[in-house]
Design a protein around this ligand. Sequence first.
Ligand code: 9MR
Length: 377
Amino acid sequence: MTEKDEAIMGRRSFLKHAAALAIASTSFGQICAWGQTNGDAPLRERAARKGLIYGSAVNYGALTRDTKLAASVVRECGIVVPENELKWEALRPSLDKFDFTQGDFILDFAKKNNILLRGHTLVWHQALPKWFETTVNSQNAEQVLRNHITTAAGHYAGKMHSWDVVNEAIAPWDKDKQSDGMRNSPWYKLLGPKYIDIAFKAAAAADPKAILVLNQDHLEHDTKIDAQSRAATLRLLKRLKASATPVHALGIESHLSMDGEIFSPGVFRTFLKDVAELGLKIMITELDVTDIMFSQNINKRDKLVANKYEEFLSTALQEKAVIGVLTWGLSDKYTWLSKYMPRDDKAAVRPLPLDENFNRKPAWNAIAGAFDKAENR
Ligand code: 9MR
């Protein structure tokens, strides 16, 4: 990152947090002056107090029909990200059309409630529309990609806190993986590794204010796969920085599991330091903890899930380059895991901070505690 980049990032982040911090520091200043604890202050306030942002993924369907969910999001979240609404599949009914209806609804909801918005995602190998395969070829791919990013990022220019520009580009576990652990995604097949540079440059031109993020999974655990993924991600980030590609932050998805996937604080801490030393910010973008491997007892499950949140976040937040944490959903009532990773015993999964009735769970306490203990940014 150049000095200019740093100055821009610093000022941008200051302006974005200033209002929230002003509100938070007034109320918390009073509470602390009276020698009381943070009590039941929502996560967004606890995070803002430390110069951090907390929020969650939201989805249009749930947000529009469930007023309790909407109220919980307003209470707890300082930032939201549309779970699916800005993916190609949702945004692109055809090659020549864009449909921003659902994304705009979420933007409007966020604006009305003083919540920041992040975008997910401009380039991904999944959630491509049906017409993609038959319409996009090596002749038109670059133009189609540029047009998508220019139009989508341009539509939300100045309104996005950050954009996941490229999602899950690294896949060293894939049997089809390319050199340097790159995923052989449709974009890679069509354009080679330069699709990543094209995407970041187009995003920077379309929305010079958004923090541009490379979002990646399998970076958290102390496993062989995650170690390869961390190494490949660092190599890619170094390459992008060396060619002055405008990447500002790494998004670490953080879908956590305890199914033989060991978390070693030291290993993860070193990785965060390596990323920070490249002059990049870090966001925890899709945090949740699957409980499929635990017995049905809800109290025990909730405690183990909370322990994982605590262990992970207390490590992550030691790194000052970490500027925000988003969970992939807020309430267990709406989580991708109930469909994608259900329990064998058919009991409902409980991976998020609020239960299915929007009550705070031990996981909520763990996140709150991690923010309370974090140092100021
Ligand atoms: O939670 C999302 C689920 O509803 C979608 O069906 C799926 C495919 O679009 O994507 C899920 O979200 C993924 C995110 O976009 C990228 N990282 C992994 C997330 C969980 O699969």
